[in-house]
Design a protein around this ligand. Structure first.
Ligand SMILES: Cc1ncc(COP(=O)(O)O)c(C=O)c1O
Length: 399
């Protein structure tokens, strides 16, 4: 088996050089320079905490919202900095109110943590969760649009739609789904945990009621950084999970939404302060900036998927245009039936222990089997996917 190499750009990250890291999709990975910049903000905070929180932080966070709003094409006053996609989804779901019998649509590929929040809310209000089945393998985006639309009716109040599905790595036709549903008066909560930094996003054009996107995945920010967008007409409905001073603070020239989300208690906000520096860093990392990074990652994951499918003799489970920077394949052979998502598959452990490859493997029920998801980021190299394919051939042939 040929020993894989790392891309030259991997020197910008402090990832363990003994590990073939093919799982950017779970938690991202932050370049060393960005972690140093975060440390600089932490030092500033500890030099004069009162001045930091009262004077420096509000200005810094405004700059962060402005920087991010340019990438997302939306008004920075409609954005809130939050910790992660899970808390964003909870913020929206736990703010909204439902009547008994109201329907909430979600797909069977949705992220389980977000599904749990939805089930929790549905139970509280006696609302009904309608699960839209998306086939996998899937031949085209059109089937997904049709399936989602067939699940809505006059009782549907909300749909929680992913940009890219976590277990199956499908880039959903979310722009079309959102347009269709919002035009029917159904609010869409867009779970763009895989969003900013993965592909260009135009929030104004998409038009979802609520959008949550993680910066710590594809924008490589320090952990605990995500963005929530709430459409102006709906901001009165949405409150942070933590109610704080902003609830009663004199309104002045701003909105209650701003007051409530700009302060939810004392915490380390250094990761959020880094955003303008980070975006500038990525834009200058390679010719073509962030757009080129997204294109390269997409190209590399498609190449990685092709290598795996060729060597393992498997059909690609979806067309190339439904792939962004993560890709899932169904592995040949029998599944370790019924291993729940949160428990490690023994194959994952063998890949890690024997071959030093960090890549997720999980059981998925429909169709039942064992699935593997690759990611690609600038620090990855084609040879790493070759190596993964060879390792899989060795391991699977032994079973
Ligand atoms: C589709 C989707 N939603 C939500 C999340 C949760 O993200 P976080 O752990 O940052 O809250 C993930 C994480 O992988 C995801 O893939």
């Amino acid at each position: 088996m040929a020993i894989p190499v790392k891309a030259d750009l991997s020197a910008n990250w402090q990832l363990d050089e003994n590990i073939i890291f093919l799982n950017h999709g779970s938690f991202g990975a932050t370049p060393t320079l960005i972690l140093e910049e975060q440390r600089r903000w932490q030092n500033l905070m500890e030099t004069e905490p009162v001045r930091f929180f009262e004077e420096i932080a509000p200005k810094a966070l405004l700059e962060s919202r402005k920087a991010v709003s340019k990438l997302l094409n939306c008004d920075y006053d409609d954005l809130a900095l939050i910790e992660n996609a899970t808390s964003g989804v909870n913020t929206i779901l736990r703010s909204l109110e439902f009547n008994p019998g109201d329907e909430i649509v979600v797909t069977n590929h949705t992220y389980q943590a977000c599904r749990n929040s939805l089930d929790f809310i549905a139970k509280k209000y006696s609302a009904v969760v309608v699960v839209c089945e998306i086939p996998f393998p899937v031949k085209s985006s059109q089937i997904i649009i049709e399936n989602v639309l067939s699940c809505v009716n006059k009782n549907t109040k909300l749909a929680m739609i992913d940009t890219v599905t976590s277990p199956t790595g499908l880039k959903l036709p979310f722009e079309k789904i959102v347009k269709n549903l919002e035009s029917l008066g159904i609010k869409v909560l867009l779970d763009a945990a895989h969003g900013i930094g993965m592909f260009p996003m135009d929030i104004n054009e998409i038009g979802a009621s609520f959008t949550i996107t993680n910066c710590h995945k594809w924008l490589c920010s320090p952990k605990g950084t995500a963005i929530m967008h709430v459409r102006r007409d709906l901001q009165g409905l949405i409150h942070p999970l933590t109610i704080s001073h902003g609830m009663t603070f004199p309104l002045g020239e701003t909105t209650r939404f701003r007051h409530e989300f700009d302060w939810t208690g004392t915490r380390d906000i250094s990761a959020w302060c880094v955003l303008p520096f980070l975006i500038n860093f990525l834009d200058n990392l390679i010719d073509g900036g962030l757009n080129e990074i997204m294109l390269r990652n997409n190209k590399l994951v498609l190449k990685g998927r092709e290598i795996l499918c060729d060597k393992l003799n498997i059909e690609k489970p979806c067309p190339d245009d439904m792939i962004s920077c993560i890709a899932t394949i169904k592995l040949p052979g029998a599944a370790e039936n019924g291993i729940p998502l949160h428990e490690p598959d023994p194959l994952h452990l063998s890949l890690l222990e024997k071959y030093k490859i960090q890549v997720p493997v999980w059981y998925w029920p429909n169709p039942e089997g064992r699935y593997l998801r690759i990611s690609a980021y600038l620090y990855n190299h084609e040879s790493e996917y070759e190596y993964l394919a060879d390792a899989l051939l060795e391991l699977l042939n032994k079973v």
